[in-house]
Design a protein around this ligand. Structure first.
Ligand SMILES: [Zn+2]
Ligand SMILES: [Zn+2]
Length: 138
């Protein structure tokens, strides 16, 4: 089982298998809900979820879920489809790599990770920001 959790830990997620690849979507629903884009990791096996989950139906055929305690985005799911989990629930995105981009023609012109050379590591950021005393892991 692959285990994940929301920011506060109130929602626990377990999946037997997850896809090796993750998607990025730039449709209007995903960009507004996801804060810029929506990354998704499909479940390929049994899913167990515990905790205070809330859902919102932005379209008639799918739901989006979040933790009602901390607000973490959890998944999107078509009614007849698998859970498409937010990769951040799982350590190292469960080892998945970015495999495809949906609504790629709507990706903002300025969003290009590959050409950004100004990169700050966790250690560098935390060294320069001592108000983050224990790192970013609550
Ligand atoms: Zn939470
Ligand atoms: Zn989308």
């Amino acid at each position: 089982m692959i285990e994940g959790r929301c920011l506060c830990g109130a929602v626990q997620v377990r999946a037997e298998r997850l896809s090796d690849g993750m998607s990025a979507c730039f449709c209007t629903n995903c960009t507004r809900w996801g804060g810029g884009l929506q990354l998704a990791l499909k479940s390929l096996g049994g899913v167990e979820v515990t905790g205070p989950v809330k859902v919102y139906r932005a379209v008639p055929f799918a739901e989006r879920a979040w933790c009602d305690t901390c607000g973490s985005s959890l998944w999107l799911k078509d009614d007849d489809g698998p859970h498409e989990f937010c990769p951040g629930l799982f350590p190292n995105a469960a080892g998945a790599g970015l495999s495809h981009i949906v609504y790629a023609d709507r990706m903002p012109d300025g969003l290009d990770f590959a050409n950004v050379t100004d990169r700050v590591s966790a250690a560098e950021y935390e060294r320069d920001n001592p108000f983050v005393p224990e790192g970013d892991m609550p």
